[in-house]
Design a protein around this ligand. Structure first.
Ligand SMILES: Nc1nc2c(ncn2[C@@H]2O[C@H](COP(=O)(O)OP(=O)(O)OP(=O)(O)O)[C@@H](O)[C@H]2O)c(=O)[nH]1
Length: 249
């Protein structure tokens, strides 16, 4: 698979966007064409529009944020294509997205997942996208202490630019890198607890918890949008239960 990332960085310029794998994934505009109205308005299996090729009932925008190199693009590619982008690291330029439709208890939930550039120089570009995000996955790299130390700064940024009720989850990525690990799982758990954010470790390389992270977010968003009082959903409890079930951690 090509390791080439989107290299346009012309957000709002209506230039065709390239996915991390080099495939076209649609146009980048701030009006997000092809996405259902905000706050999870339910559509009776609406037909595909714009660049989406699958039917869905509800759609949400999810953003991946965190320092450069923590594995945002790799996590997205693992989730979308089930593959790992090995090889030399090429930083994302600007912002890009890919769609995935998930079946959550018979409801087709479409996630439009935005992969942002972690580099400081693109920060003003990504700020513009926070406001429309329904969920944010904030990543750090368990082999990079600085990326963990920066989590607090990312949370401040999120509080400043994102919606107040945005679904948020902290992910400690590269959990496969046992020898290079410098951030313990307990440290991630502690920090997450401190800020009241659900947490889990992931690995884009091995696939550990990647599907689970997106499924948990999709379930939370679906639950919120359906507002079914008979059903309660607690993201962290769901994640813990699923991980125990999988014999993990
Ligand atoms: N061992 C290991 N390496 C990973 C994992 N995820 C990503 N990497 C590697 O980390 C490097 C950076 O990954 P990217 O996904 O490009 O990082 P990013 O967060 O998108 O970086 P920016 O685009 O600069 O924001 C690449 O060399 C990947 O191969 C993982 O789970 N395990």
């Amino acid at each position: 698979m090509s390791r080439k990332k989107s290299a346009k960085g012309k957000v709002g310029a209506n230039s065709p966007s390239k996915s991390p794998s080099g495939k076209s994934s649609g146009k980048i505009t701030k009006s997000y064409p092809g996405i259902a109205p905000l706050n999870g308005v339910v559509h009776p299996s609406r037909p595909p529009i714009s660049n989406s090729s699958e039917f869905y009932d509800i759609a949400f925008k999810v953003m991946l944020v965190g320092d450069s190199g923590v594995g945002k693009t790799c996590l997205l590619v693992r989730f979308k294509d089930g593959a790992f982008l090995a090889g030399s690291f090429i930083s994302t330029v600007g912002i890009d997205f890919r769609n995935k439709v998930m079946n959550i208890d018979g409801v087709k939930v479409k996630l439009q997942i935005w992969d942002t550039a972690g580099q400081e120089r693109f920060r003003s570009v990504t700020h513009a996208y926070y406001r429309d995000a329904h969920a944010l996955l904030l990543l750090y790299d368990v082999t990079n202490r600085a990326s963990f130390n920066n989590v607090q700064a990312w949370l401040s940024e999120i509080h400043e630019y994102a919606q107040q009720d945005v679904v948020l989850m902290l992910l400690g990525n590269k959990a496969d890198s046992t020898h290079e690990r410098v951030v313990k799982r307990e440290d991630g758990e502690k920090l997450a607890k401190e800020f009241g954010v659900p947490f889990m470790e992931t690995s884009a390389r091995s696939g550990l918890n990647v599907e689970l992270a997106f499924t948990a977010v999709a379930r939370e968003l679906k639950h919120r949008s359906m507002k079914d009082p008979s059903e309660t959903f607690k993201l962290q409890e769901y994640v813990n239960k699923e991980m125990r079930g999988a014999g993990c951690c």
